[in-house]
Design a protein around this ligand. Structure first.
Ligand SMILES: Nc1nc2c(c(=O)[nH]1)N[C@H]1C(S)=C(S)[C@@H](COP(=O)(O)OP(=O)(O)OC[C@H]3O[C@@H](n4cnc5c(=O)[nH]c(N)nc54)[C@H](O)[C@@H]3O)O[C@H]1N2
Ligand SMILES: Nc1nc2c(c(=O)[nH]1)N[C@H]1C(S)=C(S)[C@@H](COP(=O)(O)OP(=O)(O)OC[C@H]3O[C@@H](n4cnc5c(=O)[nH]c(N)nc54)[C@H](O)[C@@H]3O)O[C@H]1N2
Ligand SMILES: [Mo]
Length: 774
């Protein structure tokens, strides 16, 4: 293959994040996907008090937004849903499922919105239209035929509204199971599991206003320029007012460095930008706990030195004494951790860690933001707890301008959890459901995502019902997952667009189309609103305004209620009443969860209302009533890795994708255009292996001992980026072929998507690839 062909679509990006590039990308998305008239209506209503909640991300909205909040990737998410393209029964009749299986995500979702309820017909190998009533009755019959309710899995993706998710868990629990694999199991589960142990609540403690008062914001392992672009506006304000932002990430992400605000005419016209992160540290993939331990170790030192010199210390002893437990154990652990190990695992210089420690010690108010770079590891839960430790050391929780800020993923993933989507329900939750509805929910815990796949693989689970999402592609290990899915007896998907999970067929398969968030939802009592909860626990209403993509769509709440009524002939729940008027669903939510008191009234306030966060008030909901310093044994994901893994791969989102949905094949800020078949490494690593940009390699996943496994990706093209040594990156979901199902955090079960030890072998005779993979 010719040299110039191999580097096609690879060129460094020189600009800032946002700016004209973002405006152009929005214009392209809108032109390509939807008619101009609708886009204006749609975009202006996104994140407005009377409009719909943007399906893009979970970053909160300023309370009194004067103009609509502009965001490139939000606009893409909206136009993707509001497309005028349709995946009709005629389309399905013309293409067998076997044929569609060979298309990639970009091509499948590119066909547009699903329009009719469909059922798979094995004789023709096609999906065929079916009447709603028939579909409900058949699915109900299948579900009633299983002896053990725990052989059914109820998956939830985080776009479902509070109303839909609440009915979903009610249906599953009345049916008799707590099997709730959900996207949160692959996302912020370490937050949900780790933070309750540390501070008594599994959510972030900050609100948007806190960013107006923070002196220091540490951004660890998240990529706001792509994944929560509206956050760049907040960071820009922090920076403009003189606050310090430090980014800690193996990749130098443009969105964390510089930002041109599309809302600022001056920045736009003068091509200027605001510098965001004043300091950028490239931690090695999986090296965060080591870095955090290094910072904490130095704080202890600085504290002792200060006290010895008769100066005030840097650790908040008064706070620690009054509010916490376990500090001595943490100290002992930090003392026992040696610097060689810290430096080797973090891949950072001691001076760099010292710089972070000094900044932290001198800041009065610190916020730590983090994302998937922290959670998706074998020690994800402990990573989160080390962040909590760091904040507790200086009393940075429950103080204005300070706190912990997990960047949630899907726009309502946090809300779904709040209203009961959990495989490990508390006794309190189960009792409240019993009291409110009069049936006794199953008491034993159910399956999370990885457990669900195992149960399906082993034949214990026979049915999978998915409220949105693309579980088969989102979860690790297609080698195991895909064949497992094909063993199912019943598969039901409720979705807006076609994806590859829908093409993994069991014995009986249904594909049911739903209304999107941008669309009007009219029920007996009139047009309905739903509610969502953002990353900062603000609950607000969302009401669609666009004409539904097809007259045959059902809203998610109506669909769930339809399934429940068809499955449970003796149900004690008045499903129909709640569907006629969603305010009755909110009344029911309020009955089960007292935090939602006066729900229907409070949600009418512009901007919604804030759910109480006890830790933010320094009320610690832990068994002893105190916040806990949690010790992490060891600082490396895998203690053996120092010996055998010289290269660890992390899986990344491009700028042109929403999880498994591909909007396009570009990754503007990382300089990749029209392709995804790439492997990112730094210049030294490339040189060491005598690799140049455009060369091809095969990537082989290693087991814990460093042996080659059968999991591999062939013919990836090398792209050199400014990133940490010993670290490689490839795109999710394609790179899931490298992640074994059993590689996950032992505490939370989250797959270790961001720490895959790999080996590389050079491809001697590079081959032409299509750029996009299946
Ligand atoms: N446009 C768009 N928006 C989205 C999404 C999307 O796909 N597209 N997805 C939504 C969802 S569900 C989620 S969960 C969020 C995800 O948002 P993010 O948390 O930002 O997710 P990622 O892009 O997976 O990775 C984040 C960053 O972690 C860094 N990283 C990788 N490994 C490590 C590590 O070991 N340590 C550290 N410190 N950093 C590391 C990567 O370089 C990357 O910059 O975004 C949400 N918003
Ligand atoms: N290797 C690797 N794997 C990962 C990750 C990673 O960083 N690396 N990230 C993980 C994370 S953080 C997450 S959250 C999961 C994502 O896992 P999921 O949430 O399961 O996946 P999505 O790609 O968001 O789902 C996309 C599909 O949702 C459907 N959909 C879209 N909007 C709606 C709607 O309004 N209603 C309904 N019913 N359906 C809708 C469409 O059919 C679309 O095809 O992936 C995880 N997997
Ligand atoms: Mo996520």
């Amino acid at each position: 293959m010719k040299e110039q062909n191999r580097t096609v679509g690879i060129a460094p990006y020189g600009g800032s994040a946002g700016g004209w590039g973002a405006l152009k990308a929005v214009a392209d998305a809108i032109r390509g996907q939807m008619s101009v008239k609708q886009d204006v209506i749609a975009l202006f209503k996104v994140n407005q008090p009377q409009g719909f909640d943007c399906p893009g991300c979970a970053w909160p909205d300023p309370q009194h937004a004067s103009s609509f909040e502009f965001c490139e990737n939000g606009a893409k998410a909206v136009s993707w849903e509001a497309t005028s393209k349709r995946t009709t029964p005629e389309f399905f009749a013309a293409h067998t499922v076997s044929e569609l299986w060979h298309r990639n995500a970009f091509e499948l979702e590119g066909e547009g919105r699903l329009t009719h309820p469909m059922k798979y017909d094995a004789a023709t190998d096609t999906y065929q239209p079916i009447e709603w009533e028939t579909a409900f009755n058949e699915i109900g019959e299948h579900l009633r035929s299983y002896e053990d309710p725990n052989s059914v899995e109820f998956y939830t993706s985080g776009r479902a509204s509070n109303e839909a998710a609440f009915l979903w868990q009610l249906f599953a629990r009345e049916y008799g199971t707590n099997n709730f694999p959900d996207c949160s199991n692959m996302c912020h589960e370490p937050t949900s599991v780790g933070l309750p142990e540390s501070i008594g609540v599994g959510k972030g403690t900050v609100q948007l206003e806190d960013f107006d008062h923070a002196d220091l914001v540490l951004c660890i392992g998240h990529n706001p320029g792509t994944n929560h672009p509206r956050m760049l506006g907040t960071l820009r304000e922090v920076s403009k007012r003189g606050g310090t932002i430090v980014a800690i990430n193996p990749l130098r992400e443009r969105g964390l460095e510089r930002f041109t605000s599309p809302q600022s005419p001056i920045e736009m016209l003068s091509f200027s930008s605001t510098e965001l992160a004043s300091t950028y540290y490239k931690v090695r993939v999986g090296g965060d706990a080591a870095m955090l331990k290094g910072v904490m170790k130095l704080l202890l030192r600085m504290h002792e030195d200060a006290l010895a010199a008769g100066e005030p210390g840097v650790i908040d002893e008064a706070f620690i004494n009054e509010h916490t437990e376990g500090f001595d154990a943490l100290k002992a652990d930090l003392d026992a951790t040696d610097w060689d190990h810290i430096l080797k695992v973090s891949g950072m210089e001691r001076e760099e860690i010292q710089h972070i420690a000094r900044l932290y010690a001198s800041a009065e108010r610190t916020i730590v933001c983090y994302g998937m770079g922290i959670t998706q590891h074998q020690y994800g839960t402990q990573n989160v707890q080390q962040i909590a430790n760091l904040l507790l050391m200086r009393g940075n929780i429950g103080k204005k301008g300070a706190g912990i800020c997990p960047l949630r993923g899907h726009s309502n993933v946090q809300g779904d959890r709040t209203v009961g989507i959990t495989e490990i329900p508390s006794q309190e939750l189960l009792d409240s459901i019993e009291k409110a509805f009069g049936f006794r929910p199953p008491q034993e815990h159910g399956h999370g995502a990885v457990e669900a796949i195992r149960a399906i693989r082993d034949g214990h689970s026979k049915a999978l019902l998915c409220l949105g999402g693309n579980l088969a592609e989102a979860i690790s290990d297609p080698q195991v997952t895909f064949p497992a899915m094909r063993k199912l007896d019943l598969v039901v998907h409720m979705a807006t667009k076609l994806n590859r999970s829908h093409l993994l067929l069991g014995k009986h398969n249904y594909l049911l189309p739903v209304l999107g968030r941008t669309e009007t939802d009219v029920q007996k009592s009139g047009a309905q609103s739903v509610t969502v909860e953002d990353s900062m626990s603000m609950v607000h209403a969302s009401r669609g305004s666009l004409k539904p993509a097809s007259p045959h769509l059902k809203s998610e709440p109506a669909l769930v209620a339809g399934l429940a009524m068809a499955t449970l002939p003796n149900t004690v729940v008045d499903w129909q009443k709640m569907i006629n008027d969603y305010s009755f669903i909110r009344d029911a939510i309020e009955k089960v969860f007292p935090a939602f008191a006066d729900f229907n009234e409070r949600v009418k306030q512009p901007g919604g209302f804030h759910l109480r966060n006890t830790a933010a008030e320094r009320v610690w909901n832990t068994p002893t009533g105190r916040a806990q310093f949690k010790v992490m044994q060891g600082i490396n994901e895998d203690p053996r890795s120092l010996k055998c893994h010289d290269m660890v791969l992390t899986t990344l989102r491009s700028h042109d994708q929403y999880n498994t949905t591909l909007y396009g094949l570009n990754d503007r800020y990382r300089g990749v255009t029209g392709r995804r078949d790439v492997l990112f490494i730094n210049a030294d690593e490339a040189e060491k292996r005598q690799l140049r940009v455009g060369d091809q390699v095969n990537v082989i996943a290693l087991d814990a001992e460093g042996n080659h496994t059968s999991r591999r990706m062939d013919n990836l093209t090398i792209v050199v980026l400014d990133m940490a040594a010993g670290s490689a990156g490839a795109y999710y979901p394609e790179a899931n072929v490298l992640v074994p199902l059993d590689s996950h955090d032992t505490k939370s079960g989250i797959p270790a998507y961001k720490s895959v030890p790999i080996a590389m072998e050079r491809v001697a005779e590079p081959v032409e690839t299509s750029g996009a993979r299946r």
